[in-house]
Design a protein around this ligand. Structure first.
Ligand code: CP
Length: 315
């Protein structure tokens, strides 16, 4: 029985900051929210009268759109700020931007930013809730929650399950949110990738590091394949994308030695032929579009718990 009634803070900045009970509450709430999808009219009045502001300083397809869909299904109103046409281009600071938007009546901000810590900075200057939609190399907590939700949906309780995260761990906020969340739930996590893309001391987060992918995949329950983030990398970290695919890419041949019920995940967007081959990305073991659909349910849950459910947190 989950004793937590709501997320205990006003913000969701990362899975590092929240408890195992809060993670389970978000996942359980997302299960209820997913039922709304299959109703003839997929809309509930839970956040009627609430206003949510989306501030994306970096590109996004999935996260931005699914927050928008989630807010609409909960009957909240949405302001989508077009950063390229905003006064950020005239030098306005993040703090000035969010303070101005808060006094216009927004109760929550969903922020993506290339600087790690930008959502935290905004949250310290706002009474409104802040949800981190991805900050630099730091965290992407709703991606972490939707990945964990999808794993739980496919294989139940994650205690003792083995998740192998493959790829560019160094530049990945998705890897960090997965690791913080999965370790709290008792899963076993291994990270695999070229030594240049594995952060020093990552073992301190509770994960195993191995540069030999085939050794790690043998007994894996899930493979979470990360995008090679060329836009964040300095030069010289990879010899070539072809060589990366040969050594670390997830392709049909590599899957032959895996468990028969292996589940392949990818947060998107995919570099086909680099970290994953098309036959695997479109094949029977992948749950990539399930992740995307579950993202809406998870974001409904987070918005509801922060904006509609927090009054219950202290009960
Ligand atoms: N997974 C993810 O964050 O995708 P977007 O960059 O499209 O939002």
């Amino acid at each position: 029985m989950n004793k937590v009634k709501g997320l205990l803070k006003k913000d969701l900045l990362g899975l590092r900051d929240i408890s195992c009970e809060e993670i389970n509450l978000a996942l359980d709430t997302a299960s209820s929210m997913k039922e709304v999808f299959f109703r003839p009219v997929p809309k509930v009045p839970a956040l009627l009268g609430k206003s949510i502001c989306l501030l994306f300083y970096e590109p996004s397809t999935r996260t931005r759109t699914s927050f928008e869909a989630a807010a609409k299904m909960l009957s909240a109103s949405i302001t989508n700020v077009a950063i390229a046409q905003s006064s950020a281009q005239k030098g306005e600071t993040l703090i000035d931007t969010v303070k101005n938007l808060e006094v216009m009546g927004h109760q929550a901000f969903v922020i993506r930013h290339k600087m790690s810590g930008a959502p935290l900075l905004a949250s310290k200057n706002l009474t409104a809730s802040v949800i981190n939609a991805g900050d630099g190399f730091n965290e992407h907590p709703t991606q972490g929650l939707l990945d964990i939700f999808t794993m739980r949906e496919k294989k139940g309780n994650l205690k003792g399950k083995k998740i192998v995260i493959v790829g560019d761990i160094a530049h990945s906020r998705v890897a960090r949110s997965n690791i913080w969340g999965l370790i709290k739930l008792g899963a076993k996590v291994s990270v695999v990738g070229p030594p240049t893309l594995i952060p020093k001391d990552i073992e301190k987060m509770g994960v195993k590091v191995n540069n030999n992918i085939d050794e790690e995949l043998e007994d894996a329950d899930f493979i979470n394949v990360l995008r090679i983030q060329l836009e964040r990398m300095g030069k010289g970290l990879l010899p070539s994308l072809e060589e990366y695919h040969m050594i670390y890419g997830i392709n049909a041949k590599r899957l032959e030695k895996c468990k028969k019920d292996i589940v392949i995940m990818h947060p998107g967007p995919i570099n086909r032929g680099v970290e994953i081959s098309s036959e695997v990305a479109d094949g029977p073991y992948n749950v990539i579009l399930d992740q995307v659909q579950n993202g809406v349910a998870v974001r409904m849950a987070v918005l509801f718990l922060l904006l509609g459910g927090r009054q219950n947190a202290a009960e």
